[in-house]
Structures are given as C-alpha cells and as structure tokens.
Design a protein around this ligand. Sequence first.
Ligand code: FES
Length: 103
Amino acid sequence: MSYEKVAGVSEIPKGSMRSVRVGNEEVMLANVDGKFYALRNRCTHVGGPLAKGKLSGYVVQCPWHGSKFDVRTGSVVGPPASAPEPTFEVKVENDAVMIKKPS
Ligand code: FES
C-alpha cells in the first residue's frame, strides 16, 4: 500500500489543520502536539469542510453545524452528526507528512 506526500511538517504548526488531496479524496490533516492525524474532509452530517472548522485538543468541530469528531478515531463526540468520519493512516518521513492512499 503506498503513501503519498501531502505536506511538509513545518507547513502545519501544532494545533492547526489544513485540507490536502490524496488520490480523489480531500483529507483534513491536523497536527496535535506534533503528531499528525487525518480524517476525510467532508463532515458525515451534510458535508461541511472540517479543515475550516476549529481544532481544540483532539477534537475538530465542523464549521457548518458544530458536530465534533475525535481526530484520532473519527468517532463522533458531539452532534448533530451520528456517523464516524473515515480516518487515514499518516506517517512522517524526514520533513514529509505522508498519507496512505485509500485502496
Ligand atoms: S455539515 Fe458538519 S455539522 Fe452539519
């Protein structure tokens, strides 16, 4: 299974997130205390762009109606969404943040 470089480590400071593209998927990449996490960048409620929301600790809040997801697992920690977000595996090599391509 192959990984794709999506960003440089220094481009995503601690406590921030941004959207990146992996294959055909738009992915939200978050840096929590120096560790990177990736979820699909489309809220399971009605599709809000999570990377434009708010990140506090391990929780990302959707900018549209406020659903909250744990970036480590994709699980819902606040409504109105009820379905978890798909997660992506992330690894760091040198200064490159890489995400495993969805199969
Ligand atoms: S689209 Fe994310 S909470 Fe509604």
